[in-house]
Ligand binder design. Sequence first.
Ligand code: UT7
Length: 330
Amino acid sequence: MREVKIVATGSYVPEKILTNDKLSEVIDTNDEWIKSRTGISKRRVSINENTSDIATKAAMDAIYKSDIKVEDLDLIIVGTATPDCYTPSTACIVQKNIGAVNATCFDISAACSGFIYAVNIACEFIKTGSAKKALVIGAEVLSKILDWNDRGTCVLFGDGAGAAILSSSDKSGIMAIYTGSDGSGENLLKCNAASLGINNNSLSIMLNKDKYEENNFLTMEGREIFKFAVRIIEESIKKLLEMSKLNMDDIDYIIPHQANLRIIDFVSRKLNIDKNKFFVNLQDYGNTSAASIPIALNEMSRKGLLKKGDRILMVGFGGGLTWGGAIVKW
Ligand code: UT7
């Protein structure tokens, strides 16, 4: 069996910044509530780029930083809950955009756990020899499926994309990885058939309630998801440490799915883990679902926070219900 390592990361977020104060001008909310309940100050929203556009930019960022030619990529997987359309896959559109003509391409649907799921699948392809170099992307334009009149959800999310290139290696980079699901929680975080085209972006029509079809946007049982999140992050951390035969002292950083600072604080207290071990950037981007972990990983790399040999534990959770995590040696 071959081993797998991450050779490059990339990310892209849309230019438009939507602050809590700006949101407060159009819905009944305020900066104090959002910050104290979630830690979020602002988020990025896409005005005219769809998921494949931002996924392509994140992919190119990763490719530029690697010594890999696009023709060498033999697998592209996009984790997304907000594809451009029902078919073709966002991964196929990215393939066309970057010219990765030798890649097999598909999307996977695992909501906020999408990146970890996609990395897990890519690892299996590489370990079995079915692929040598894989591009894994988490990308979301959540603004197009949010109900901008629902203050309980729209303040939480943001748009963005993150990417990683995985390659076979002699030494292990990905030390442990696992995923899990529980479909009995299907209704806790759900989106029925919302329109996926960027021109229908509900943000741009948020004041025109006539255009809303109530059941076509993302809905969430916030408190239930909160309880699930803290339970499953704890479970995932313990499982990953057991799988890799490491303990928390061996871990340099934890990159949790960037959903809510209170969830992270809760886990840090419960497991008695130094808060500084958790990388947090949700204050700037909100919850970008499948993109949150790769955006964070790339930001850490860009800021020079990661040294060779550092061990990073990533853990995600989301709709489905789904969850998963990985320990990566940098
Ligand atoms: O990727 C996974 C995605 N999801 C998550 O991780 C979400 C997990 N859950 C959460 O983060 C929290 O449950 C929320 C941040 C969503 C909500 O926080 P909460 O402390 O559970 O608040 P709540 O829903 O119980 O609402 C408390 C109050 C309510 O008012 P009343 O009934 O007490 O008068 C809400 O109407 O806060 C009100 N409220 C707001 N007020 C101002 C809800 N949203 C807002 C808002 N601005 N945006």
